[in-house]
Structure formats: C-alpha cells, structure tokens
Design a protein around this ligand. Structure first.
Ligand SMILES: O=C(O)c1ccccc1NCC(=O)[C@H](O)[C@H](O)COP(=O)(O)O
Length: 286
C-alpha cells in the first residue's frame, strides 16, 4: 500500500525498514537470505515448514482452566515506550507462562522494537505454548526468516496482497493472525479468508490507543472467527471490558512488560476469577 504519508513517522520508518529487509531476502538484520532462484525466490530448502502448536486449542485449555486467554508479548521496547527492557527474553517468556499466559508474542522487528529472529527461536525452544511472530511482514520472502506457530499480517500494510500472503503463510504451516483496525479492513480480512482476527486498539496512523475500537468492530466479526483484542489493555477492568465486547483472547505487551512480568500476567489472566483483583493498571501498583 502506498498510504505512508498519512502514517506517524515512527510507523513510516518501521515500514521502510520492513521493506528493506524484504528486499534483502526477508532475513532479520538484512542478511543475504540464502540460496535463491533466478527470479529471486528462495529455493525450496529455504522455505520454512512449520508444525504449529494450535492456538485455538490453547485458548480452549485456558478457558477450561479458568484463565482468560492472554497472548503475552515479549516487547523490549517500542516507539511508544520509554527505555529498553534488557532482561533475558527467555526468562521474561518463562515468567509470562508461569503467570498463566496462554501464548506468547515475540517481536522480531530489530530496529524499533529490539526484537530478533534469534530471540524468537530461543523463546519457542524454551516454552510449550504457541508463539506468535510479531513483525511487519510485507513480502512472502519474510515468512521464511524463522519458524513460529503464528504469524501476523497487518491488513493496512499488506493491502491487496493479503489473500496471497495468507495462502503463502498457510502453505508453510503457519496459523495467521490478521490484524485490522476498522470495519473496512475487517471486511477485507474476511474476504481474504482470515479466521483468526486481531482488532488493534492502537491506530497505527497516529499511534493513539482507544479501547472502544474493539467494541465498535467486534460486532461485525463473523461468529466462527477467533477474535483477539490487541493493545492498550492495562488492567483487569480492561480485560473484562474487552471480553464483554466479544474478545476470545487478548494480546498484551506494555502492561505486562512494565514491572513484575509474572505478577502482571497473573493479574490479567485471572481478571474473571479473582474478585479481589485491583482494577489499577499494573504500573500504578506497588
Ligand atoms: O506499541 C507500539 O509502540 C507500536 C508502535 C508502532 C507500531 C506498532 C506498535 N505496536 C504493535 C502492537 O500491536 C503492540 O505491540 C501489541 O498489540 C501490544 O500492545 P500493548 O499492550 O499496548 O503494548
């Protein structure tokens, strides 16, 4: 898509970097990308083939266990976060799982989020829950950068390529989370065949967060799709609000990364069972 002029400068920069990585073979850090055909496509040996951990099954197990299905995000930094969390990502990931996280999201975007494909590999090897690769995939070649259980496609950024990228990702065995921000993008996602749909409360044009985004888009999500509410969820009250709007699961980064990761995760995953849980945002607790 070429609507980058409307975007926040940080997001423009993220997209430019993603396109550059895709042009360099889709490998993290702009490596050569391995052996390629004359047309520049990766040879078959470079194509990943994933045997994924099932995301929906994991959500069902969490529900049966009395936990709100939460995808906890290993997010060392971001354009809207101050500073960088330097802890070992594997330790953070293990703390999230200990706190009840149903799945993990791992940033692999290196320049703006402090992520890497190596981090994802290490985290996925250390846990037994499904792991989402969180990156800005705009070209098929990027899908071969690393194995994960789920990959993200952002409807706004892939535009007319959505159906092809969705098929290319599924061909490799990935489950695909298609992210939308409004009903128009949702219609495009459904037309393209998306079955796991994330509604991002963060407007990627201006980086503002508004939880009413999920409330306004969720009623149009097909009943048989899995709906994930993303971004800006900071307290048990926010969790309950997103669940009341119809979210099957939640994707939470900043509020979990800020402070005691295990305790923060536990508070959100127990938001529907812990009647005594505070409704304060985790960062306001002592
Ligand atoms: O989080 C950012 O600052 C950001 C900036 C530019 C583009 C995307 C960004 N975030 C992507 C995400 O979707 C979030 O990391 C994810 O939904 C978790 O959000 P949160 O719980 O608000 O950290």
């Amino acid at each position: 898509m070429d609507d980058t002029a409307e975007l926040d400068p940080a997001v423009r920069s993220i997209l430019a970097a993603a396109r550059e990585r895709a042009g360099a073979g889709g490998r993290d850090g702009g490596e050569s990308g391995g052996e390629r055909t004359e047309d520049g496509e990766p040879v078959d040996s470079d194509r990943v083939a994933v045997d994924p951990r099932d995301l929906r099954d994991a959500f069902e197990r969490a529900e049966a266990d009395g936990r709100v299905p939460v995808i906890a995000e290993v997010k060392p930094t971001s354009p809207t976060t101050e500073g960088t969390r330097e802890d070992d990502p594997v330790e953070l990931a293990e703390s999230m799982v200990a706190g009840g996280a149903t799945a993990l999201s791992v940033l692999t975007e290196p320049e703006h989020f402090g992520g890497s494909t190596e981090t994802l590999e290490r985290v996925r090897a250390a846990v037994d829950v499904p792991v989402l690769r969180k990156d800005f995939v705009v070209a098929e070649s990027q899908l071969d950068a690393v194995e994960s259980d789920v990959v993200l496609l952002i409807a706004r950024f892939v535009g007319d390529d959505l159906a092809d990228l969705l098929a290319a990702a599924r061909d490799r065995g990935f489950q695909v989370l298609v992210e939308v921000h409004d009903r128009e993008e949702l219609a495009a996602a459904v037309d393209a065949g998306a079955t796991i749909i994330g509604v991002n409360n963060r407007d990627l044009a201006r980086l503002e967060v508004d939880l009413s985004t999920v409330e306004s888009v969720a009623p149009a999500v097909p009943d048989d799709a899995t709906l994930i509410a993303e971004s800006g969820i900071a307290s048990p009250a926010d969790v309950r609000r997103m669940r009341a709007a119809g979210a099957d699961a939640l994707l939470v980064g900043s509020a979990i990364m800020d402070g005691d990761v295990e305790a923060n995760t536990r508070e959100l995953t127990r938001a529907e069972t812990d009647t005594h849980s505070t409704d304060d945002a985790p960062e306001t607790r002592i």
